[in-house]
Design a protein around this ligand. Structure first.
Ligand code: AMP
Length: 636
């Protein structure tokens, strides 16, 4: 790396060579009820325990500790262009609401260690419920509202929640999303139905039916707990705070488990060193609470830092493509966080929308979740005339792995690059063949040498073996965490992410396992076999495309029947997984390309679908299968 980034380099270096000293200092950024006895316990690799013996609480650090200095400052601003509401909560009001919610949870039998699934639209009660869980030591698991009933059921079965918090409906682009209806269906499918369901009735689904003895009304219970004061439950730093499910190569999502103390420290430190967000300022993160970005940078991070956070229910283009910039003008965030897909959406709109509003409050825009292409990076930097920081991280890490660290040193930005390893990450680019370190500009696996820093997942919920097997067994010679991403480092030390090493695809910044989509498609009664690949898409980064073999070909005998069948298969995915996993196309073939040993040639199909050379085809069992793929793609 060029020598001039000495301040960053020294900061990063110390975080690796003097881990305990470095993180002991960062640990001072939050309140501890009881001090830790050991900063790091790494006696059982690769499991790392941070701030051992220390007792703290996320809700205390996010709300209570700010009450003295900023009770009347806005903590949470809820904006909805879907139901046309603007509502702000000060820290005092947020404290009161979270206490009420915590009392409700307790009245429904939720105690420390119990799981609570939160399946909710972007409404303030979703944040109240998360923080209330944190307050009483319950473990929340937020499930994104776009997931369908069976995906939700799989998460219910794994987390075995005592309670599900939900709502009658959400609104997306003017259309109602029937949360309660989907939840009822999920509970019907589940092997571990929750005892209680707490429902925020927004009055969107007028016909919402309540199940007697199980379903409770939030407003009714809230009215009973208006003056509730629920003391925080102090938790040992390594106790679980939340579970967030994410996709991998198997059909079964993994429950990423996060701790309490390390998580609180990591997020608070990131607000200071990476996002440069100070108490009293405002942060606008355009994600959804169902994703890790929403957890870390809509709810916890900004509140831990004493900032005002904006919770926005709506799309970037309704009522018009100026809506985000209007929000910026009205609420003056200093830092904004979004995704490359959203910026590409805005890039297609009339630039006048951006010029119409005063966006000068934003000092930096952070983008993450998927590769940020150079033209988009350049376009938004020029349009806003501020640094646009591409940064790279994963649900597993909870905070950035690769990023500029402007709070430490303002390093120049290279378009298309998420810059350098964040402090705490001993990041290596390892050759796939022998785990040796790659040279400059050499494509290799992005790996992290454990112990993983604070805030990164502590294990897979209920399955330590799976944690080790999944993340630490890529290389037999080295115990390292694999990100499952390819990357390169250029001669100046800047990193570039080149895509996944596994069968995971990234649609508009959302991670989907091709196996999950294949399983959803297989739920259609006429599908014998299917392969799903991620195909490059100018707007969403990637889109799933399916190649399916049907059982009864008479059902696709005519072009019209084919088209109808394709729609049916797509609808099956909507029902099984959610519209988020719906393939852009389902091509019907009579055979899929496989190796002689029966391995599906996904990369070959992907190359053909992207119009690339499929490479070496000597292992293919029957070359006519490839011809079928070519013909299907050509519409023959
Ligand atoms: P998720 O856990 O759903 O956020 O997905 C994480 C994955 O998204 C990573 O493993 C990468 O493949 C991709 N990703 C996230 N951020 C970036 C980025 N800034 N550049 C390139 N890929 C990214």
């Amino acid at each position: 790396m060029a020598a001039e980034y000495n301040v960053y380099k020294a900061f990063h270096q110390r975080s690796i060579t003097d881990r305990e000293g470095f993180w002991a200092e960062q640990g001072q950024l939050i309140d501890w009820h009881k001090p830790w006895t050991k900063v790091l316990d790494y006696s059982r690799p690769p499991f790392a325990k941070w701030y051992v013996g220390g007792e703290t609480n996320l809700c205390h650090n996010a709300i209570d500790r700010h009450l003295d200095a900023r009770a009347d400052q806005k903590a949470l601003v809820y904006l909805s262009t879907e139901v046309d509401v603007e509502q702000a909560y000060t820290y005092r009001e947020l404290h009161a609401e979270v206490n009420r919610c915590a009392a409700i949870l307790q009245s429904l039998g939720v105690a420390k260690g119990d799981r609570v699934i939160i399946y909710m639209p972007m409404i303030p009660e979703a944040a109240f419920a998360m923080l209330a869980c944190a307050r009483i030591g319950a473990i929340h698991s937020v499930v994104f509202g776009g997931f369908a009933a069976s995906s939700l059921a799989a998460r219910i079965d794994d987390a075995k929640p005592k309670l599900v918090v939900s709502s009658d409906a959400g609104m997306r682009a003017g259309k109602a999303v029937p949360y309660k209806h989907l939840l009822d269906e999920a509970i019907r499918l589940s092997s571990f139905p929750p005892e209680k369901v707490l429902l925020v009735n927004r009055g969107i689904d007028k016909g919402m039916a309540m199940v007697a003895g199980r379903d409770e009304d939030y407003a009714e219970l809230r009215a009973r707990h208006m003056d509730a004061k629920v003391p925080v439950t102090w938790l040992e730093s390594n106790e679980p705070s939340y579970i967030l499910y994410t996709s991998g190569t198997t059909g079964k999502p993994k429950g990423v488990q996060r701790d309490v103390g390390g998580h609180a420290v990591a997020l608070t430190a990131s607000m200071k060193h990476i996002y440069c967000g100070a108490a009293g300022q405002t942060m606008f993160t355009t994600s959804d609470i169902g994703w890790v970005v929403g957890h870390s940078y809509i709810v916890y991070g900004p509140l831990l830092a004493g900032m005002t956070t904006i919770l926005y229910e709506g799309t970037p283009i309704r009522p018009d493509p100026g809506i985000w910039w209007k929000i910026v003008q009205d609420y003056k965030p200093t830092v904004m966080f979004s995704s490359p897909t959203a910026i590409r959406v805005l890039k297609k709109q009339d630039p006048a929308y951006l010029k119409k509003y005063d966006v000068s409050s934003i000092k930096m825009l952070f983008l993450a979740g998927e590769p940020l292409d150079e033209p988009t990076h350049r376009w938004i930097s020029d349009a806003l005339e501020i640094p646009v920081v591409d940064h790279y991280w994963q649900t597993e890490t909870g905070w950035p792995i690769l990023t500029a660290v402007p709070g430490i040193e303002k390093t120049p930005i290279k378009f298309g690059s998420p810059s350098f390893p964040a402090y705490g990450y001993d990041l290596k680019l390892l050759r796939e063949a022998d785990a040796s370190e790659a040279g400059p500009d050499e494509k290799a696996v992005v790996a992290i040498v454990p112990p993983l820093p604070p805030g990164v997942m502590s294990t897979v919920w209920g399955d330590d073996d799976r944690f080790v097997r999944t993340y630490f067994s890529t290389f037999s010679k080295k115990l390292v965490y694999s990100t499952f991403d390819w990357g390169i480092r250029d001669k100046d030390g800047y990193h570039f992410i080149l895509g996944r090493t596994d069968d995971v695809i990234n649609v508009a910044g959302h991670r989907l396992g091709t196996r999950e989509i294949e399983e959803a498609i297989q739920a259609h009664s006429n599908i014998a076999e299917v392969a799903v690949v991620g195909v490059a898409d100018a707007l969403k980064g990637q889109m799933p495309v399916a190649f399916a073999v049907v059982k009864d070909v008479s059902k696709i005998a005519t072009p019209a029947a084919r088209a109808a069948h394709e729609k049916e298969v797509m609808a099956t995915v909507d029902r099984q997984l959610g519209a988020i996993g719906r393939p852009a196309r389902v091509h019907f073939v009579t055979m899929l390309p496989k190796t002689r040993s029966g391995k599906m040639l996904r990369r070959t199909m992907q190359a053909l679908a992207e119009g690339r050379d499929p490479g070496d085809l000597t292992t293919i069992e029957d070359p006519t299968a490839l011809e079928q793929i070519r013909d299907a793609l050509a519409g023959r």
